[in-house]
Write a protein that binds this ligand. Structure first.
Ligand code: AMP
Ligand code: GLY
Length: 426
């Protein structure tokens, strides 16, 4: 009997995970709750009409279908403890416990953790009151980074070039106007220079296996300008992570984090994502932890994964990752996010999308859905980040050319994308 898998979530990440899981030789069928039109169109994948936040219904469904593996995509259910709830009733569910998920759920928690275990990161202080935050600010230099403590979909970070912007961000967040509950505590952090990379590993509590390296583009506009977003495109591998940087990331960040979580009494099982800033000398510092796969990094990484993802997740749950290895396609992959104009602020929904079927002809291209919806037969936009157009190539340059060529075959009235995804790798 082949395995039945449930993927929780509805974004591009979940489309890529569900697709890759469906291609695993040990998997018979993948359900996605709630999924999107992209997951609905995959062979051996079906959507079920349960929200990613309806934990009781997800548990009920998993029990009734005798699901063999649940993979939780987004951070909210992980931070709420969905894995704990599933485990309590005997469902095999991959991801960190709520306690371990604090690495992402609270910036203050993760900064204290980093400091305690001597893992390199920016200097910081944490505040709940405006006056003390402002008096700390007086002693800082610019640019300075202001972060909402809680989950804010990658948007709760303001890089302030001057005092006016910094004061406004602090007041906005702490007064609860921006990011609601997530902003009631803030972290003020030293600005780090360098180049970013996403360092993602699969971990079983004590051992880990690194994913292919990757880099995303968090700023909305070309040249890394404009507001921070969840990510406007990504590619793998990331040339900045050469062998030396890779080793440093493992030794100075990943190993002490896995060890530290054991010492904290909450060993980390799941996908652990360290957002790194790498300085001129190749030294990584942690910008943030995510306790899940990155979006859009997942899309190019899953395009390159050859190994059986189902087996890897099950081995991680069993604590037997040391018996596994991982194989990657040697080609590079680059993904461009097609967004609705105005994202991450105000944007339209419901705009008809044209030209989407063309990628099915190519084995080296794939379009992952994120914010889409089908109304009748027509596909329409249904979110800020709408699609992620991925292409494999002999190198980043070729992957980039193919991906951008393909972007041109897809159209809608208010389509927006960056035109320089991958520029740092060229
Ligand atoms: P975070 O959600 O903490 O990863 O922050 C989102 C983005 O803001 C990062 O990917 C960086 O581009 C930028 N950022 C965050 N913290 C810093 C920092 N201390 N110095 C420079 N840039 C930062
Ligand atoms: N791409 C960044 C993230 O998933 O948080």
């Amino acid at each position: 009997m082949k395995n039945k898998v449930l993927v929780v979530g509805s974004g591009g990440r979940e489309h890529a995970l569900a697709w890759r899981l469906s291609l695993s030789s040990s998997v018979g069928h993948v359900y996605v709750a709630p999924g999107n039109p992209g997951t609905a169109s995959e062979d051996d994948v079906s959507n079920i009409d349960i929200s990613a936040n309806d934990y009781a219904a997800l548990i009920e469904f998993s029990k009734s279908k005798s699901i063999d593996l649940v993979v939780v995509g987004p951070e909210h259910p992980l931070c709420d403890g969905l894995v704990d709830l599933m485990n309590e009733v005997g469902i095999t569910c991959f991801g960190p416990s709520a306690k371990a998920a604090q690495l992402e759920g609270s910036k203050t928690y993760s900064k204290e953790f980093l400091q305690k275990y001597h893992i390199p990161t920016a200097a910081y202080a944490s505040f709940t009151e405006i006056p003390s935050a402002l008096s700390y600010l007086k002693k800082q230099q610019y640019p300075i980074v202001i972060k909402a403590d809680g989950l804010a979909a990658g948007k709760g970070v303001v890089i302030a070039q001057d005092e006016i912007v910094a004061v406004a961000a602090i007041e906005d967040m702490l007064a609860g106007n921006a990011f609601g509950e997530a902003g009631h505590r803030i972290v003020i952090e030293e600005f780090l220079e360098g180049e970013e990379a996403s360092f993602i590993v699969i971990a079983d509590g004590k051992d880990f296996i690194p994913m292919a390296t990757s880099q995303d583009h968090k700023a909305r506009d070309d040249g890394d300008k404009g507001p921070n977003t969840g990510g406007m495109g990504a590619y793998s591998p990331a040339p900045i992570v050469d062998e030396k940087v890779f080793k440093k990331a493992i030794e100075t960040v990943i190993k002490p984090t896995i060890q530290g979580m054991i010492s904290e009494g909450c060993p980390f099982t799941g996908f652990l994502y360290a957002g790194l800033m790498i300085d001129k000398l190749g030294n990584p510092k942690v910008l943030e932890f995510n306790v899940r796969f990155g979006d859009p990094e997942t899309q190019p990484i899953m395009m390159r994964l050859i190994s059986n993802l189902d087996e890897l997740c099950l081995a991680a749950i069993d604590g037997t990752l040391h018996t596994q290895s991982i194989k990657w396609d040697d080609r590079a992959c680059l993904g461009v996010v097609l967004a609705e104009q105005g994202y991450p602020e105000k944007y339209n929904k419901g705009t008809p999308i044209y030209g989407l079927d063309a990628s099915e002809k190519y084995s080296d291209r794939k379009v992952f859905h994120a914010g889409t919806k089908r109304i009748g037969g027509q596909l329409v936009t249904n979110g800020g980040r709408v699609l992620c157009v991925c292409a494999l190539g002999d190198d980043i340059k070729q992957a980039q050319t193919k991906a951008y060529n393909h972007c041109q075959t897809i159209s809608w009235e208010s389509k927006y994308n960056r035109n320089d995804i991958g520029f740092k790798a060229l």
